[in-house]
Design a protein around this ligand. Structure first.
Ligand code: C2E
Ligand code: CA
Ligand code: CA
Ligand code: CA
Length: 276
């Protein structure tokens, strides 16, 4: 038994140090990812369920690292802890703008692109100015651009309100991401003007299981409508979910319609022959 205990201990320290090694390898690689052109964006369609029309896309960051594909679920937290999220976040916004211009050049209809912004990025003093500079230097109309922030960003409601006002003055839209997943304070969306409420996948998943979740979801959808926000249901995967949501006048995003796609596929599947 003693021997087994010792082996367990060794196994534990080994796996811990393996983790630490991976983490420092990734951290190092992440600091070079922009200059090595290892990032690109995928785009996930958002569909208005009452018309069936494509109304926008969410840009999601992809990293082709020297160690292979690494999920944003793993590398975004590392980027946040190391502050690399600042240059990376800027790259994401610029690339989204460049993509908007590429579609424009091809004569494709205008599409609103929303990008994810980390709390660390949003809290940076210069963030609204950065957004302004990027839109100006890339010559992009702010109305085609949306920023997704989570509720935790609004914990400091005064600082957040001022920033959000400055950003909305540029025409840029504000979406609250993962709504209903964490602590949800209706107070937050009551006091700040937002354009879009993105309802977390958890709620749609539970909706199928019980009536009570269904009524919570309906309530949140109505709150969104009361504050004149677009409501997007995230993580829609099944036909049954679509049928339940159809009469509710919401926008859906999820694997049922499409996974996040590289631009070439988005264009060939969704943007060619597409009329508004
Ligand atoms: P998120 O912003 O909540 O993005 C939605 C995630 O759900 C994406 O994962 C998307 O691929 C996935 N998804 C979409 N539809 C479905 C579905 O029907 N079923 C399931 N199971 N999943 C679905 P992804 O691309 O792996 O991104 C994970 C998270 O990483 C994002 O969650 C976001 O928090 C973060 N992230 C991604 N790109 C960026 C970025 O450019 N900047 C920052 N700060 N964070 C990002
Ligand atoms: Ca998001
Ligand atoms: Ca989300
Ligand atoms: Ca999320």
């Amino acid at each position: 038994a003693k021997k087994k205990g010792k082996n367990n201990y060794q196994f534990f320290t080994e796996s811990l140090s393996k983790e630490a090694t991976r983490r420092s390898l990734l951290e190092n690689a992440l600091s070079k990812a922009i200059s090595n052109n290892e990032f690109h964006l995928h785009y996930q369609p958002q569909i208005d369920l009452s018309t069936g029309e494509l109304v926008g896309v969410e840009a999601l960051l992809r990293w082709n690292s020297p160690y292979g594909f690494v999920s944003p679920i793993e590398f975004i937290p590392i980027a946040e802890e190391t502050n690399l999220i600042l240059p990376i976040g800027e790259w994401v916004m610029k690339e989204a703008c460049r993509q908007i211009n590429r579609w424009k050049k091809l004569g494709l209809p205008n599409l609103v692109v929303s990008v994810n912004v980390s709390a660390r990025q949003f809290h940076d003093e210069t963030f609204p100015q950065k957004v302004k500079e990027i839109l100006e230097s890339e010559h992009v109309d702010g109305h085609l651009f949306e920023i997704e922030i989570t509720e935790t960003v609004m914990l400091n409601i005064e600082a957040a309100t001022k920033k959000i006002e400055d950003i909305r003055k540029l025409g840029v839209k504000i979406a609250i991401d993962d709504f209903g997943a964490g602590y949800s304070s209706l107070n937050v969306i009551n006091s700040i003007d937002i354009d879009t409420l993105k309802i977390d996948k958890l709620l749609i998943d539970h909706m199928m299981e019980n009536k009570r979740s269904m009524s919570i979801l309906l309530t949140i959808i109505n709150v969104g409508k009361d504050i004149n926000a677009k409501v997007i249901i995230e993580g829609v995967e099944t036909k049954e979910q679509v049928q339940l949501l159809k009469s509710l006048n919401v926008i859906a995003q999820g694997y049922y319609f499409s996974r996040p796609l590289p631009n070439e596929e988005l264009q060939s599947i969704w943007l060619t022959n597409w009329r508004k």
